[in-house]
Design a protein around this ligand. Structure first.
Ligand code: FAD
Length: 425
């Protein structure tokens, strides 16, 4: 944690007055990827009104990594430790392998601690921003003239609030299975086994009995890789099961026994697929990040979308037009429709997932797929994607959702437009 932030924290912690602190125009809840990105973009946009950021964690550690295709510049690309220009998608069978790549649109890897530190340094140098760590927000109340936020230590009011703290995996409920679960291990091997020039986006040669399941492998060197076990739609997968499945995968496909490698670290997550993120906005409150629907339904990728979402909010704020158009859901309707249909179809026919993804990468030009996945596709790219997926199995899978279940979960994804109701807390 940067010293300036600590000083600001002490200063407020010592203030024993129980009254409402109304010294900040903007309140940001949660200082993870979206909260910090929003502050960054607000500062970039020249906002110098007072901003208060409340975060429950007490310190920042390297708790995750962000990968994304470098289709447009972001403020953090130079922090990336690795990048790949080649990738593959693998399924059962000798021909079921799609190898693709692009030197113009590389896939880049950013460690979260480097991102956090860059924004924390900027905040420390920005007198109008106060970041308070160790502050769990307990209650948010929207009034006609202000938003009130309560933590155990204090009460704050502001004109407008951005909430990135709100998304939690749903327990039970109709959409509770529309989740992506994953756990990754960063490992180091004694002997060289990985090919660092090509990453594996999806290796489906693992059990598919509990729904679409694949391993994602980022090779950093011949001896080091991040190996991530990922499930779509599974209700829940225990950490022990994830670890056992990673070990089985490494044994079967890389000839590595448990003693042949060392686990350097782990990361894990659950990401919403579909409208279950519950995008909510009111006059004074806007959700951002995963809480604001930033994860792309079909892929779970959110980093680029968070940058776009936060940049858009900051620009509108600087232009004085925030109120008029706030609450836009990241991503266009075209992509939401594709994601919705694809996910609903895969939820009904999960055994087709390996062939579906492999075919997508096999039959379309690599850059068309990348632009499509990052929501930058042209009509030509879209035609490539549709043509590549025009296989009888997939067409039948699509027909099945329309035929059997018109009121499908797919509508949730297509219709995930901002709701206008109070934030539940
Ligand atoms: C392990 C992992 C790897 C990922 N990898 C990728 C990737 O490679 N590419 C990609 O595009 N996306 C990836 N994602 C998805 C997405 O980019 C991340 O989840 C991203 O961190 C989402 O940002 P966020 O701000 O919405 O949530 P977070 O970054 O989780 O931030 C939310 C913040 O709110 C705080 N908070 C919560 N409740 C409260 C409260 N009551 N009071 C105060 N603070 C609170 C939390 O402590 C946290 O700091 C990954 C996600 C995970 C978990």
């Amino acid at each position: 944690m940067s010293p300036v932030i600590a000083e600001k924290k002490d200063c407020l912690d010592n203030d024993s007055t129980p009254s409402i602190d109304s010294g900040h125009r903007y309140l940001v809840l949660g200082a993870g990827c979206a909260g910090l990105s929003l502050v960054w973009h607000m500062l970039e946009a020249g906002i110098n009104d007072p901003i208060l950021v409340l975060e429950q964690r007490r310190e920042y550690v390297n708790d995750r990594t962000w990968c994304y295709w470098n289709v447009e510049p972001t403020a953090f690309d130079d922090l990336a430790d690795f990048s790949w220009c080649k990738w593959e998608v693998v399924a059962e069978g000798t021909t079921a392998k799609a190898e693709a790549g692009s030197a113009r649109l590389p896939y880049i890897f950013l460690a979260s601690d480097r991102f956090y530190q860059r924004v924390l340094d900027r905040i420390a140098a920005s007198p109008n921003v106060t970041l308070l760590l160790g502050q769990q927000v307990l209650r948010v109340e929207e009034r006609a003239d202000a938003v009130i936020v309560r933590t155990a230590a204090a009460t704050y009011s502001g004109e407008r609030l951005f909430d990135s703290s709100g998304w939690r995996p749903a327990a039970g409920g109709r959409h509770s299975k529309w989740l992506q679960h994953f756990r990754g291990q960063r490992i180091r091997t004694e002997r060289p086994v990985f090919n660092p020039s090509r990453l594996t986006l999806m290796d489906h040669r693992v059990s598919q009995k509990d729904g679409p399941h694949f391993v994602y492998l980022l090779p950093f060197s011949p001896n080091e890789a991040l190996v991530e076990n990922t499930y779509l739609f599974a209700a829940s997968i225990s950490p022990a099961r994830h670890r056992a499945e990673i070990a089985d995968y490494l044994a079967q496909f890389h000839g590595l026994g448990p003693r042949d490698y060392e686990v350097l670290g782990e990361e894990h997550g659950t990401i919403p697929m579909g409208g279950g993120a519950g995008v909510v906005r009111t006059d004074r409150i806007e959700r951002i990040g995963l809480a604001g629907g930033a994860a792309r339904s079909a892929t779970g990728y959110a980093f680029l979308r968070i940058q776009r979402q936060c940049c858009d909010i900051a620009r509108r704020m600087a232009a004085g037009s925030l109120k008029a158009r706030s609450g836009t859901v990241p991503g266009g309707r075209k992509y939401r429709i594709f994601d919705a249909i694809m996910l609903a179809a895969l939820a009904r026919s999960p055994h087709l997932a390996p062939a579906f993804f492999t075919t997508l990468f096999q039959r379309s030009p690599a850059e068309s797929v990348v632009r499509f996945l990052t929501e930058r596709s042209s009509i030509r790219d879209d035609i490539w994607i549709i043509r590549s997926l025009f296989k009888w199995d997939f067409v039948r899978m699509l027909l099945r959702i329309f035929w059997r279940q018109p009121e499908s979960e797919a509508r949730q994804v297509i219709d995930s437009a901002p709701l206008t109701k109070a934030l539940p807390r």
